[in-house]
Design a protein around this ligand. Structure first.
Ligand SMILES: Cc1cc2nc3c(=O)[nH]c(=O)nc-3n(C[C@H](O)[C@H](O)[C@H](O)COP(=O)(O)OP(=O)(O)OC[C@H]3O[C@@H](n4cnc5c(N)ncnc54)[C@H](O)[C@@H]3O)c2cc1C
Length: 468
């Protein structure tokens, strides 16, 4: 029987990081994944594909240049699904090559099979062909991720109905699109397709979208969506979807109807826990297939079995999953780490981008803390003029008593990169004076931090001199 120090089930961001960290600590590691290729949802159907499509669409449509050359500007006139697929294929091949190489260099074994627990130190691996192997392990990490939730009242066998996995395989770009789900995935795809001049309707049962984001950003973002012709149907759910020869007809709970050539259902995901044999080891999952863990160590109810990534629920990001996997591996092998900062960034790769870190204005208000905001519009920066950027802004929130930065929120070009300045200042305990006293490269979009800092500083005043 094969024995490993660490058995990793699932090769997405959490599993990959845990495997590499365990190997770096000199441990033997086996990664088991039942998917077609290594890399998990992140590489194969989620993060990398959607971001590659987005980049392709922005490049070929000339989106970033329209502020300068006008709304009619296009780099390529007829963009097809093949254009999107070609770049995606190359990107994925490269990502997987890098991953395989990383496993090889670190002596990590991987196998294409489904894993099922037989006990707290034993698992059964079954290949697609039905071959079975038993393995023993000292520690295991459950990083099996999630799959799109498919409600019973929607027929996903209809070729006009798709989800965020299957969308990568649709034959051609639709003439119109209805997206159900105003969360990150729904909003990203809705705006990417809209940037291709495809009429898009976004349907969301709640009365707003992206409810964890600062509402000032959300209203600016929704304004931008409506401004370019997207239809938002908020506060209404899907009651019925009927397939017609040339479209899907979606009846909403308020009686309104939406017709579209394709429906993308992107509302919720469920953990892949059913076939893991969790009951054999005494681990339970909730109704959404999420496993409870110790939030510091990522141990499940069984101390040598860890869980990380989307299968443990919030925040369900590739970025946070990687860290969770690394922390779990370090804990398993006695490398204790300092507690990570509570604050981490969210990147929403919609068109335009949104990124946010720390407290929203609504959260600060609810806490009763006295605060001041500073705002900078990208069009106020010279870099913004050069780039032809005519929308987007940065909002900083500072505590009045300590002058510390509490939150940074950006909508617009480069938001997901720029946010890390705000993240560093928050996590290092920086104040408004950091932005005012420091020199920023010029011309950059990052200069918006200086402008927003000054905007707040002008109302907050200079810091009180220290009494000697
Ligand atoms: C469309 C989309 C866009 C996204 N964009 C972003 C983004 O921009 N930024 C970001 O940070 N995050 C993004 N995410 C989220 C990100 O993809 C996930 O947070 C991340 O992939 C979760 O990683 P994971 O380690 O939990 O495993 P996953 O990536 O979910 O992989 C799990 C793996 O486990 C395997 N598996 C399941 N069951 C078994 C079993 N019994 N035996 C063996 N193997 C098994 C599966 O085959 C799969 O390969 C996006 C997600 C989607 C769907």
């Amino acid at each position: 029987m094969n024995h490993y120090d660490m058995l990793v089930i699932g090769s997405g961001p959490a599993g990959r990081r845990a495997a590499v960290q365990s190997a770096k600590l000199g441990k033997t590691v086996l990664v088991v994944d039942k998917g077609r290729r290594l890399g998990g949802v992140s590489v194969n159907t989620g993060t990398i594909p959607s971001k590659t499509w987005r980049e392709t669409v922005l490049n070929l449509s000339g989106w970033r240049e329209r502020g300068f050359y006008g709304l009619g500007y296009r780099v390529k006139q007829d963009i097809s699904m093949d254009d999107l697929r070609q770049r995606l294929q190359k990107t994925l091949d490269y990502e997987i090559e890098v991953l395989k190489n990383q496993f090889m260099r670190n002596g990590i074994k991987s196998i294409h099979a489904a894993a099922k627990f037989l006990g707290p130190n034993r698992a059964l691996l079954t290949t697609d062909l039905g071959d079975m192997t038993e393995v023993e392990f000292d520690h295991a990490l459950i990083s099996v991720g999630t799959r799109p939730f498919r409600p019973d009242n929607i027929d996903f066998t209809n070729p006009r109905v798709t989800d965020s996995d299957a969308i990568l395989d649709v034959a051609a770009l639709p003439r119109s699109l209805a997206v159900v789900g105003g969360g990150v995935i729904g909003v990203e795809y809705a705006t990417i397709f809209s940037a291709l001049d495809i009429p898009v309707t976004l349907i969301e049962p709640k009365t707003s979208i992206l409810d964890f984001v600062d509402q000032e950003l959300v209203s600016d973002f929704m304004h931008q969506m409506r401004d370019r012709g997207m239809t938002l149907k908020l506060g209404t759910a899907v009651r019925e979807v009927v397939a017609k020869p040339d479209c899907v007809e979606i009846t909403l709970s308020d009686g309104r109807q939406v017709r579209a050539a394709m429906l993308l259902y992107a509302a919720g995901r469920s953990g892949n826990v059913e076939s893991l044999g969790l009951d054999v080891v005494g681990i339970t999952a909730n109704a959404r297939g999420q496993i409870a863990v110790n939030k510091e160590t990522f141990q499940t109810a069984v101390s040598n079995i860890y869980a990380a990534g989307d299968v443990i629920g919030f925040p369900s990001l590739a970025s946070t999953s990687m860290e969770q996997g690394r922390v779990a591996a370090c804990h398993a092998f006695g490398r204790h780490l300092a507690a990570p900062p509570q604050t981490f960034p969210y990147g929403i790769y919609a068109v335009p981008e949104i990124s946010t870190v720390g407290l929203t204005e609504e959260e600060v208000k609810a806490s009763g803390k006295a605060y001041e905001c500073g705002v900078a519009r990208f069009k106020e920066t010279s870099r913004g003029h050069i780039m032809g950027v005519n929308s987007g802004f940065l909002k900083l929130i500072f505590a009045l008593d300590t002058r510390r930065l509490l939150g940074a929120h950006i909508v617009g070009e480069g938001a997901t990169e720029l946010i890390h300045i705000g993240q560093a200042v928050i996590n290092l305990g920086g104040t408004v004076d950091y932005f005012v006293e420091n020199t920023f490269n010029y011309p950059t979009l990052a200069e918006a931090y200086k402008i927003a800092g000054l905007d707040a500083w002008n109302r907050m005043g200079a810091p009180q001199p220290v009494q000697s």
